[in-house]
Ligand binder design. Structure first.
Ligand code: SAM
Length: 260
């Protein structure tokens, strides 16, 4: 039975707030799984099972698929669409609210993340996995095209930001394909791109990851002149021109941002 018919049969209502834009085209789903380079030795972790269309394709390629879905109303749909797959574990849970230990208790050993992400959780998912100590080796994520461009932007461009540095510092990222909005059901307002990140925590010798991230965040606040304007400084002011009083003010504003 066609996916749309199965959804209809179970009276499934799409929840816009959960970014539910599903993909049903098997050729596209296969291309996504191929770009993710998921093979018979691999454990795949999928975020957002939806109707299980990508899950099915991943199950045919991977050793095992652990797929996390926050919307329990999809259970009857998934019971049907994944009934013939014996290497799939569906976990009904919000992946962003799970602690590393909880994920490790379910998924043991190194894994590859593959997901057609709800747009609103792209950055949280990226940071959640890149900043964790979980043994994630690769992440292949379908996201809003403009976000993928920002994440792979070159320094000196308007798109280059703290999140670009965070991604580039701990992984090698490439856009493998763009996916037009008409490939999704229901059709979203934006086009997408597939970003593949090979995680490499030792790419640079960063002694203190947390401090590194805070430094980057602060530097970009400076670029956008947020710090200067909060301190009421001329945005062109240079360090050697600041009085002690101004340094005290600057330090308290930086402290406020670093605590965030
Ligand atoms: N993988 C399916 C596909 O490609 O057709 C569905 C993709 S759809 C863009 C995203 C899915 O993520 C939705 O089913 C949504 O309910 C689920 N989702 C949203 N937020 C989530 C979260 N925090 N944790 C787990 N799943 C989530």
């Amino acid at each position: 039975m066609e996916i749309r018919e199965i959804l209809k049969k179970h009276n499934f209502r799409f929840n816009k707030a959960l970014g539910q834009n599903f993909i049903t085209d098997v050729n596209l789903l296969n291309a996504i799984a191929d770009d993710a380079e998921v093979g018979k030795e691999d454990i795949a972790v999928e975020i957002g099972t939806g109707a299980g269309t990508l899950t099915r394709v991943l199950a045919d390629k991977a050793r095992h698929v652990y797929t996390f879905e926050v919307d329990r109303s999809l259970k009857p749909v998934l019971d049907e669409t994944l009934a013939d797959k014996d290497n799939v574990t569906v976990v009904f849970s919000d992946v962003l609210k799970m602690r590393d230990e909880e994920i490790e208790n379910i998924v043991s050993g190194p894994f590859k993340v593959v997901a057609n992400l709800p747009y609103y959780i792209t950055t949280p998912v990226l940071t959640r996995f890149l900043e964790s100590s979980l043994p994630v080796t690769e992440m292949t994520l379908l996201m809003q095209k403009e976000v993928a461009e920002r994440l792979t932007a070159k320094s000196g461009t308007a798109e280059y930001g703290a999140i670009t540095v965070g991604v580039e510092a701990f992984s090698d990222a490439v856009v493998t394909r763009t996916v037009g909005r008409s490939n999704f059901f229901p059709v979203p307002k934006v086009d997408s791109a597939l970003l593949r990140l090979a995680v490499n925590k030792n790419k640079y010798k960063i002694a203190d990851e947390k401090f590194f991230r805070k430094t980057v965040k602060c530097a970009f606040l400076w670029r956008r002149k947020t710090l200067a304007s909060e301190c009421n400084f001329d945005s062109m002011i240079r360090g050697e021109k600041l009085s002690v009083k101004e340094f005290v003010l600057l330090s308290s504003v930086i402290r406020k941002y670093l605590k965030k």
